[in-house]
Design a protein around this ligand. Structure first.
Ligand code: PLP
Length: 419
C-alpha cells in the first residue's frame, strides 16, 4: 500500500460491528473466558488483551498504523513524547551506563538527559549534530544509545543519517531518532538505517493540538544490534520479573516487547484510548497536511530572509541554508512547518512575539493554527547560558510553527509585527 492509503486504512480490520470508523475502546480491562486462557495470555502463548496499561484495541490500531508509516515493525504508544523518550533510554540503560545525545534537541530532552536521568545514575554525553565524528570519542563499553532529532527543535538543524548510522553501526550501538518535527511523511529515519524512532504525537499527529502523547517505533535493525551484544545483555538474559523471559529470543521486536512488558507494566505512562483515537483521525490527513505546512513555511522563510530586521533564518529548504544538501537528500517532500529566525536583541524578539495577531504566542508546534514562540523565555528557559548556546538558541531567536492558514495572511501578520 502507498503512504496515503496506509494513513487511512492500515492496522484496522473492523470489529464485529463492521464500523468504518475505528471504535474507541474506552475500557480499563478485558474479560477472560477462563483461567487457562488468562494464564496463556500472561505467558505470551496467545495474543490478546489483558489490561489497558499494557494494551488496548484502539491504541493497537494507532501503534500499527504509525509504525507502518515509519517503516518500522512495531510501535508502543506512550502518554507523552517525553515518556516515549524516557522509555527509549530506560529500555537500554541503567545506573552506570551512558547515552550520547545531540546538543541540538528539544529543551525537555536536554533537561531529561542532563538532570533527570543523572539521578538514575545514567550519564548523558553530548555531541554536535554538525559533527557526528564526536560520537567516536564519546562512546565506550557502557554507551547504550545515540539519541538525536531528525530536524532539531528549535535550531532547525538536520541530522546527517548516513554519517551517524555508519558510526553507530561500527560501534554496534542503537540509534534513536526523535522524528517529531519531520513526521514519517517527510522522513523515515528507519529507511536510512536508524534503529528506533520516537515521537511526540502531541504535535502533527492530530495536527490540531488536541492531545498529549507519544510513540516508540522499532525498526527491524534493532534486533540485530541487540542479539548477543554484551552491551544489551539484559535483552539476552532471562528477565526474572517476567518468569525468565529472554526478550531477544522471544520476539522479532525485542525492544518493543521489553518496553511494553517491563516499562509500561511497571511505570505505566499509557495513553488514553480516546487520545490514540484522536491520533488515528489525524493520521488520515497527515500526508496532505505535511506537504502544505512545508510549502507555507518555505514561502515564509523566503520572506523573512529578505527582511532587513532579520539577522538569520533557519530553514533547511532555503538554498542559502547550510543544510540544504541534507534537505534535498533526506527531506525531499518538504522540510516541515517549523522554522526559526534571529533578531538583533532579546527586546526585539519579545516585541515581535507579542505583536503578531494570527501567530499565537504558545509553546507548542505542529498545529493547524500558526504559533510563535520565544524559546529563551519559555521552552528553553531552564537551560543554562552554555546549554542555550549549545542548543542553538540565542536570546533573539523566534520559533514559528507555520499552520495551515492562508499563506498571504501569515506573511502580512509577520510583516506588520516586524515593521
Ligand atoms: N520532542 C520534540 C522534538 C518536541 O518538540 C517535544 C515537545 O515540544 C517533545 C519531544 C516532548 O513531547 P510531549 O510534549 O508530547 O511530551
Amino acid at each position: 500500500m502507498k503512504e496515503q492509503t496506509v494513513a487511512i486504512h492500515a492496522g484496522y480490520n473492523k470489529d464485529g460491528q463492521s464500523t468504518m470508523a475505528v471504535p474507541i475502546y474506552q475500557s480499563t480491562a478485558y474479560e477472560f473466558p477462563n483461567t487457562d486462557y488468562a494464564r496463556e495470555l500472561f505467558e505470551l502463548k496467545i495474543e490478546g488483551n489483558i489490561y489497558t496499561r499494557l494494551m488496548n484495541p484502539t491504541t493497537d490500531v494507532f501503534e500499527k498504523r504509525f509504525s507502518i508509516l515509519e517503516g518500522g515493525i512495531s510501535g508502543i504508544a506512550t502518554a507523552s513524547g517525553m515518556s516515549a523518550i524516557f522509555y527509549a533510554i530506560a529500555n537500554v540503560a541503567e545506573s552506570g551506563d551512558n547515552i550520547i545525545v545531540a546538543k541540538q534537541v528539544y529543551g525537555g530532552t536536554t533537561t531529561l538527559t542532563s538532570h533527570t536521568i543523572k539521578r538514575f545514575g545514567i550519564e548523558a554525553r553530548y555531541f554536535n549534530i554538525e559533527n557526528p565524528e564526536e560520537i567516536n570519542e564519546l562512546a565506550d563499553d557502557k554507551t547504550k544509545l545515540i539519541l538525536f532529532e531528525s530536524i532539531s527543535n528549535p535550531s532547525i538543524d538536520l541530522a546527517d543519517f548516513d554519517k551517524i548510522v555508519k558510526i553507530a553501526d561500527r560501534l554496534n550501538i542503537i540509534t534513536c531518532v526523535d522524528n517529531t518535527v519531520a513526521t514519517p511523511i517527510l522522513c523515515k529515519p528507519i529507511d536510512f538505517g536508524c534503529d528506533i524512532v520516537v515521537h511526540s504525537s502531541s504535535k502533527y499527529t492530530t495536527g490540531q493540538g488536541l492531545a498529549i502523547g507519544g510513540i516508540i517505533v522499532e525498526g527491524k535493525s534493532a534486533k540485530s544490534k541487540i542479539v548477543d551484544n554484551p552491551r544489551y545483555s539484559h535483552f539476552n538474559e532471562p528477565d526474572m520479573s517476567y518468569h525468565g523471559l529472554i526478550y531477544s529470543k522471544a520476539s522479532d521486536n525485542p525492544f518493543s516487547l521489553r518496553a511494553r512488558l517491563s516499562l509500561l507494566r511497571d511505570l505505566g505512562a499509557t495513553p488514553s484510548p480516546f487520545n490514540t483515537w484522536l491520533y488515528i483521525q489525524g493520521i488520515e490527513t497527515l500526508p496532505l497536511r505535511m506537504v502544505q505546512h512545508s510549502k507555507s513555511a518555505l514561502e515564509i522563510a523566503k520572506f523573512l530572509e529578505s527582511h532587513p530586521k532579520v539577522k538569520r533564518v533557519n530553514y533547511s529548504g532555503l538554498k542559502s541554508n547550510k543544510n540544504f544538501h541534507l534537505a534535498e537528500r533526506y527531506f525531499p517532500k518538504g522540510q516541515s512547518g517549523l522554522l526559526s529566525f534571529e533578531l538583533n536583541s532579546l527586546e526585539e524578539a519579545k516585541r515581535v512575539a507579542e505583536s503578531t495577531k494570527i501567530f499565537k504566542l504558545v509553546v507548542n508546534i505542529g498545529d493547524s493554527k500558526s504559533i510563535i514562540t520565544h524559546p529563551a523565555s519559555t521552552t528553553h528557559q531552564q537551560l543554562s547560558k552554555q546549554e542555550l548556546i549549545d542548543a542553538g538558541v540565542p536570546e533573539g531567536l523566534i520559533r514559528l510553527s507555520v499552520g495551515l492558514e492562508d499563506r498571504e495572511d501569515l506573511i502580512k501578520d509577520l510583516k506588520e509585527a516586524l515593521d
